[in-house]
Design a protein around this ligand. Structure first.
Ligand code: GAR
Length: 218
């Protein structure tokens, strides 16, 4: 069974979705440790409720980003973590962490990468005027939101959307695709070839979507 180390900064709904999938028996993994840079993160409370070991590594403890990441690597190794899960972890990680877990760090991002990387992505999507956005799970490399894509989910953007309504629609999809991506990894079904992640025996999505709906052809 693979052992996850989950890095969080905030509410922890993605962490919760992973816990729920494990409890339902649809994801065969365990969480060895949850680490937060933010002592007030509700995600930490979610972990404690499950008796998952937690660690707080404050942003203020280290002046160098690399030293911060060395501390993370130490904790992750102490807990024999196989796969690192960034679940709303609002720090840019360095080569120290990436080299310690090559292609064994996943991140979830609330947009269809490579569109709208970085922060405030719902605002960027609304301002750009795209008709679809979504969520992306990807392996982490040294760029910001640039690593090989594992799975994406698409949601429509509506005329009356606000950042909040769009974020909520995307978050529901995040909670589906993150456990799925971890399951694919746990089953040894992900293969990284350059930028492309191929997935053994995947169920391909059929059909297409347009937003707004195409009404002139029936
Ligand atoms: C999620 O929407 C996640 O995609 C995003 O933060 C939120 C965390 O929510 N992550 C990023 O923007 C990373 N750059 P959660 O704490 O409820 O899982």
């Amino acid at each position: 069974m693979i052992n996850l180390g989950v890095l969080v900064s905030g509410n922890g709904t993605n962490l919760q979705a992973i816990i729920d999938a494990m409890e339902r028996g649809i994801l065969d993994s365990k969480i060895g440790v949850v680490i937060s840079n933010n002592p007030g993160a509700f995600a930490i409370e979610r972990a404690r409720r499950q008796n998952i070991p937690t660690e707080i590594v404050s942003n203020k403890t280290f002046t160098e980003k690399e030293d911060y990441d060395r501390r993370l690597v130490g904790i992750l190794k102490d807990h024999s973590v196989d796969l690192v899960i960034l679940a709303g972890f609002m720090r840019i990680i360095t080569h120290v962490l990436i080299n310690a877990f090559p292609m064994r760090i996943m991140n979830i991002h609330p947009a269809l990468l490579p569109a709208f990387s970085g922060l405030n992505v719902q605002k960027k999507a609304l301002e750009y005027g795209v008709k679809f956005s979504g969520a992306t799970v990807h392996f982490v490399d040294e760029g910001i939101d640039t690593g090989p894509v594992i799975i994406q989910a698409v949601v429509p953007v509506y005329d009356d959307d606000t950042e909040e309504t769009l974020a909520a629609r995307i978050l529901r999809e995040e909670h589906r695709i993150y456990p799925q991506a971890i399951k694919l990894f746990a089953e040894g079904r992900l293969e990284v070839k350059g930028r492309r992640v191929t997935i053994k025996d995947s169920h391909r999505t059929e059909g297409s979507m347009a937003n707004p709906e195409v009404t002139i052809f029936k």
